[in-house]
Design a protein around this ligand. Structure first.
Ligand code: DGL
Length: 281
């Protein structure tokens, strides 16, 4: 059984890690749309068009039985369009606002995500529905996903930039302080140790990756999708640029993924990101 895990880059590996642990008998195809990275500043319509085009190729080519959209920026936008267009089940990831609102002791929580995720009506609705009795700070970080990609590749990162990106997450009000920060981007768990060191006070950092993997396993069971143990195959990785830097290749191979090249007719037709309508949200 093939499970597709999709992100704008290598951040979705935080979800793949959990999914492989819970569903180790299945074959995984990891797809990073590095040619479109970062997704945080794409406008909604252009991103929907782009992703539907990519999934058309991926589904035809790899015949997955389940797809995990391991990207909050995409999931908070595109799940209805994917479910309408394709018949396989999709599982998405969204910021863990409900658990944060339930667990906070101080009543002050922060959603840290890309500007795209922060602005989505879907995210605003989650806050209204589950956290209206809490004080919620929404932080749209413009450079954090890129910092995470650099860090994951073993490159040195700018600590002062990281400190500045997370500074608005920490709020003090009437003697109370933010005590939970929900990681609303799959790239951020890879930076959590560095963020912890730079935090002005300790907080809980909530990562929904494991919950998403559990949800995917529930869907597999519900659909009675069982592993094809007779035909063992390698997990593979595809980067849409076709030419990821050697640091990313090493990372993927080190995780036991075979890098495979794949052409995407929809990208060739649309030309560059700018021609496809990549505009700031
Ligand atoms: N990893 C993605 C997310 O969960 C987005 C990073 C980006 O492309 O800006 O939102």
């Amino acid at each position: 059984m093939t499970i597709l895990v999709f992100d704008s880059g290598i951040g979705g590996l935080s979800v793949l890690r959990e999914a492989r642990m819970l569903m180790h008998d299945h074959r995984f195809v990891y797809v990073g749309d590095d040619a479109g990275f970062p997704y945080g500043d794409w406008d909604g319509e252009a991103l929907t068009r782009r992703m539907v085009g990519l999934f058309e190729t991926l589904i035809e080519q790899y015949q997955p039985q389940l797809a995990i959209v391991a990207c909050n920026t995409a999931s908070t936008l595109i799940m209805p369009a994917l479910r309408e267009r394709f018949t396989l089940p999709f599982v998405g990831i969204v910021p863990a606002i409900k658990p944060a609102a339930e667990r906070t002791a101080s009543g002050l929580i922060t959603v840290l995500a890309t500007p795209g995720t922060i602005q989505r009506p879907y995210t605003q609705e989650l806050v209204k529905q589950f956290a209206s009795h809490r004080q919620v700070t929404m932080v749209g970080a413009t450079r954090l996903a890129r910092l995470a990609e650099e860090h994951m590749q073993g490159l040195p990162i700018d600590t002062e930039l990281l400190r500045a990106e997370i500074a608005p997450c920490f709020v003090e009000r009437d003697g109370r302080r933010t005590d939970i920060i929900t990681l609303g981007c799959t790239h951020y768990p890879f930076l959590v140790n560095e963020m912890r060191k730079l935090a002005p006070w300790p907080v809980d950092w909530l990562d929904p990756a494991e919950a998403v993997a559990r949800q995917a396993r529930t869907v597999l069971a519900r659909e009675a999708l069982v592993p094809d143990t007779a035909n063992p195959t390698h997990d593979i990785a595809i980067m849409t640029s076709g030419s990821p830097p050697s640091t990313i290749v090493r990372l993927l191979v080190g995780l036991g993924l075979q890098l495979q090249s794949q052409s995407f007719p929809s990208l060739a037709q649309g030309g560059s990101s700018a021609e496809q309508g990549k505009t700031p949200v």
